[in-house]
Design a binder for this molecule. Structure first.
Ligand SMILES: C[S@@+](CC[C@H](N)C(=O)[O-])C[C@H]1O[C@@H](n2cnc3c(N)ncnc32)[C@H](O)[C@@H]1O
Length: 254
């Protein structure tokens, strides 16, 4: 039988050298979905972040990705969330010693309190699919936040390929929740943003090893909780046929 520390140690991975500097117990404590630091690291391989930049971490949850951005890239981060209150995040930010670099903001996705072109870059991990799938959201609320020439990057749970004849496959049907209808393919996201005419798409792909890492994280979580979850059963059954993480990086052109 593996010990608790062995399960935690399984979350330190060569493929994620930046995330591996962080205590896995703290990631587990603050997670709201699959390993947020792995997702942010995977996304940021394609975002040009330079020290001093103003960055929005949209839907930051418990702000561990915002702390990661400030520490690893020296950027100044607006840690924007809706479900998690800013006072809670502020405590974590101060404990991390970053009160001058990470600013917790409580704002809903359609009422963001930022000037147009305020940010040098805008990123979002495991959150954009909750509010960003409607036809007008990207143009009216999101792309405006980054300066022309700046990058917008998201990573969201999504589909590796479309369902045959639009039907949810049998192995996914048993636990398919309405929320999952916001899972889309990289091609779907590409069209969704491209049609606005405001950005050039630099990357629209399925994160390499995304589903394996998602399962690995869920298995560690299950082991630490002492009970299996439907989600890990589903990921094992699916084995990357349909489910994964989609990355989108675009540069604002006008
Ligand atoms: C699954 S959690 C992920 C949090 C964090 N990014 C992480 O990976 O740990 C989704 C986040 O999206 C944010 N969110 C969902 N709907 C939102 C909305 N309408 N406006 C702003 N944020 C929203 C929630 O506050 C929540 O923290």
């Amino acid at each position: 039988m593996r010990t608790q520390s062995a399960h935690l140690a399984s979350l330190i991975r060569d493929g994620y050298p930046l995330s591996s500097k962080y205590d896995p117990a703290s990631v587990i404590k603050n997670q709201m979905g699959p390993h947020p630091l792995w997702l942010m690291e995977s996304l940021c391989r394609h975002v040009d972040l330079k020290s001093g930049m103003r960055v929005l971490d949209m839907g930051c949850g418990r702000s561990i990705t915002s702390i990661f951005l400030a520490r690893e890239f020296g950027v100044r981060v607006r840690a924007n969330d809706w479900w998690i209150k800013p006072t809670e995040n502020w405590k974590r930010i101060c404990e991390a010693g970053l009160p001058d670099a990470v600013f917790p903001i409580h704002a809903e996705a359609r009422s963001l309190p930022y000037a147009d072109e305020f940010f040098d870059a805008v990123v979002s991990v495991d959150a954009y699919h909750y509010f960003g799938t409607d036809d007008l959201y990207f143009r009216e609320h999101f792309a405006r936040l980054v300066k022309v020439g700046g990058q917008i990057g998201i990573i969201v749970p999504g589909l590796v390929r479309d369902f045959d004849e639009g039907q949810i496959p049998a192995h996914l049907k048993q636990i398919w929740a309405d929320d999952f209808n916001s899972f889309h393919t990289a091609d779907w996201w590409r069209r969704h943003w491209e049609v606005t005419g405001r950005v050039e798409i630099e990357l629209a792909d399925v994160s390499p090893n995304g589903w394996r890492d998602w399962l690995l994280f869920d298995e560690a979580l299950d082991a630490l909780r002492g009970s299996p979850s439907d989600e890990s059963d589903l990921l094992r059954e699916d084995s990357g046929r349909y489910l994964g993480f989609v990355r989108m990086i675009a540069r604002r052109t006008r």
